[in-house]
Design a binder for this molecule. Structure first.
Ligand code: ADP
Length: 410
């Protein structure tokens, strides 16, 4: 069987349903795995026509993600190329932490917040142990399953497919979770960027709104410094060596307690150590989990008792009956997170590749063997796109803009 036949065969395993949304790397569909009857989410990543040969690094990393199995990490069930796209098949999740935080009908107790944070950090710890960084931690990448388990999604994709391009609307929010070393253009950052983002998520759980909402990268740094004070050389000696470093006017830090009036002392202590400026002084994920915040009362709520929104997307595996075939497709519903895409995708229309994953129930062999992962990606010339550097377009004007911002504060 040729590579192309093989990839088609694997694609045929999934019965495509409605669009769940468009994310950083492409459209996400709900689908049914005709072999298992399981509902899955398929992320279709556009690779485009590329002449370069196979990118073994990307392939190896996808395999690595598939091996990352943990209750707090979304399972990558399968990966296959089809046409000019790479399809990543994940377990289907009902909702995400962003929906929990935004839902005004939900009351989050200190124990609930502790539980959601602990699951986030546990998932992150497993990944960091395997030297995988997330790099795009934000509440809507923390998916929540039917039993309340929170699972990290989109792990490692930034490294494989390049940093999300922040020119697109659905990416601008990600800036709010960026560590200061990234905003200053650091190329040698480490796991600390994920700890910073986790601290922003912790703060958001406490405040029920995003904590540091910068409107540009410069403004983001301004918001950070307004919250924690402008970093001093003693706090962060290497700051001056960062590629995009510019001196900011000194502002003193307000007491952290004034920003989080309802938080416990333990919560504030952990938060301040996760928000350490110097990435080397910032707690590691493992250290955050060992912090007394997690062992002191109240203990984290059991996941299945956590409050969460009524599921917007039903994960009924009965949607597809393996003996009778598929039920009539329901009309696509507009997802909460559907945003205008880079090529005019309107959120309700399944694109012209809608037939990518064919409804070939008749071809279902009923065998339960796992679909092969070891496909030759060379037919797609898998190669990560260039990673845009932060604010590269603005860099030459950075100093001038900063001067202006400080002369005319908002
Ligand atoms: P982003 O890149 O902005 O984080 P994603 O590509 O991860 O967005 O997701 C786009 C949409 O698909 C979102 O509405 C998200 O909730 C949904 N989605 C992503 N993965 C899953 C999943 N495993 N189960 C259910 N919905 C998912």
């Amino acid at each position: 069987m040729s590579e192309l036949d093989l990839s088609k065969k694997v694609a045929d395993r999934y019965l495509k349903r409605e669009v769940l949304g468009e994310g950083t790397y492409g459209v996400v569909y709900k689908a049914i795995d005709t072999k298992t009857g399981q509902t899955v989410a398929i992320k279709k990543i556009r690779l485009g026509k590329q002449k370069e040969g196979v990118n073994f690094t990307a392939l190896r990393e996808i395999k690595l993600l598939k091996e990352l199995k943990d209750p707090n990490i979304i399972e990558l069930i399968d990966a296959f190329p089809h046409k000019e796209n790479l399809h990543l098949v994940f377990e289907f999740m009902e909702t995400d932490l962003e929906a929990v935080i935004r839902d005004r009908n939900i009351f989050l107790s200190p124990a609930d917040i502790k539980s959601y944070l602990q699951m986030t950090l546990k998932g992150l710890a497993v990944c960091h142990k395997k030297w995988v960084l997330h790099r795009d931690m934000k509440p809507n990448n923390l998916l929540i399953g039917p039993n309340g388990q929170l699972k990290l999604a989109d792990f490692g994709l930034a490294r494989i497919f390049g940093s999300p391009d922040r020119r697109f609307t659905h990416q601008v929010f990600a800036r709010w979770y960026r560590a200061p070393e990234l905003l200053f253009g650091s190329k040698q950052y480490g796991s600390g960027v994920d700890v910073w983002a986790a601290a922003c998520i912790f703060a958001e759980l406490l405040l029920r709104r995003p904590f540091l909402q910068g409107s540009s990268d410069i403004d983001q740094l301004g918001k950070i410094f307004a919250a924690f004070g402008t970093p001093t050389p003693s706090q962060w000696p290497d700051i001056v060596y960062l590629p995009d470093y510019v001196e900011y006017q000194y502002v003193a830090a307000p007491p952290l307690r004034s920003l989080f009036p309802m938080a416990s002392d333990d919560a504030l202590d952990l938060l301040s150590k996760m928000f350490a400026y110097d990435p080397r002084a910032r707690l590691s994920v493992q250290q955050t989990l060992e912090h007394r915040y997690f062992s002191s009362a109240p203990l984290p709520t059991d996941p299945d008792k956590l409050p969460r929104p009524a599921p917007k997307r039903e994960s009924r595996s009965s949607d597809y009956n393996q003996t009778e075939g598929p039920t009539v497709l329901s009309p696509p519903r507009k997802s909460r997170r559907v945003m205008p895409g880079r090529d005019g995708f309107d959120g309700n229309r399944i694109d012209d590749n809608a037939g990518d994953i064919r409804q070939v129930v008749g071809e279902n062999t009923g065998k339960s063997d796992a679909a092969p992962m070891s496909l030759d990606f060379s037919i797609f010339g898998l190669k990560p796109p260039n990673r845009p550097t932060i604010n590269s377009a603005d860099r030459s004007h950075l100093k001038r803009k900063l001067d202006l911002e400080f002369q005319h504060p908002e």
